[in-house]
Design a protein around this ligand. Structure first.
Ligand SMILES: [Zn+2]
Ligand SMILES: [Zn+2]
Length: 142
């Protein structure tokens, strides 16, 4: 069954096709994910664009001051502010989808398959790495 998600005001709906399920999660500690998430890290899933459908019109912020050094496009709902996805030209076939969209549809959320930009975790000395999960100090492995 496809996975359905939505932003807070429900003007943007997101559907992930079966082919990309179950989702593989990553926690991203890059500074800009932290800022937009309002938390130490953002939970995301890398989804094949071909398996992702987005309905509604997200606003797009062109983010050039990234920890990775590359520009990314942050899509979010212009009405309620929910982060929806990040698109990076460096990975043209993938969308980095925000897991928060699926609060109502996803049950227990597995631990991430990888943690990204963990160099920033030192800002949160009380937060520990997840045992057994690969730690990526900076850019995601390509
Ligand atoms: Zn919204
Ligand atoms: Zn990030």
């Amino acid at each position: 069954m496809p996975l359905q998600g939505k932003c807070l005001c429900e003007k943007i709906a997101v559907t992930v096709a079966d082919e990309s399920l179950p989702l593989q999660f990553a926690s991203c500690y890059c500074k800009n994910c932290s800022t937009t998430a309002g938390s130490p890290f953002s939970m995301v899933a890398y989804v094949d664009k071909a398996h992702l459908k987005i309905e509604g019109q997200p606003k797009i912020y062109s983010d050039s001051k990234t920890d990775s050094g590359g520009s990314v496009y942050r899509h979010f709902c212009g009405d309620c502010g929910t982060p929806v996805q990040t698109l990076a030209p460096a990975i043209p076939d993938k969308a980095v989808v925000k897991v928060g969209l699926f609060s109502d549809s996803l049950g227990d959320i597995n631990k991430p398959a990888v943690e990204l930009f963990t160099v920033n975790r030192q800002r949160f000395p009380w937060l520990e790495s997840i045992e057994g999960v690969p730690q990526c100090e900076r850019n995601p492995p390509s």
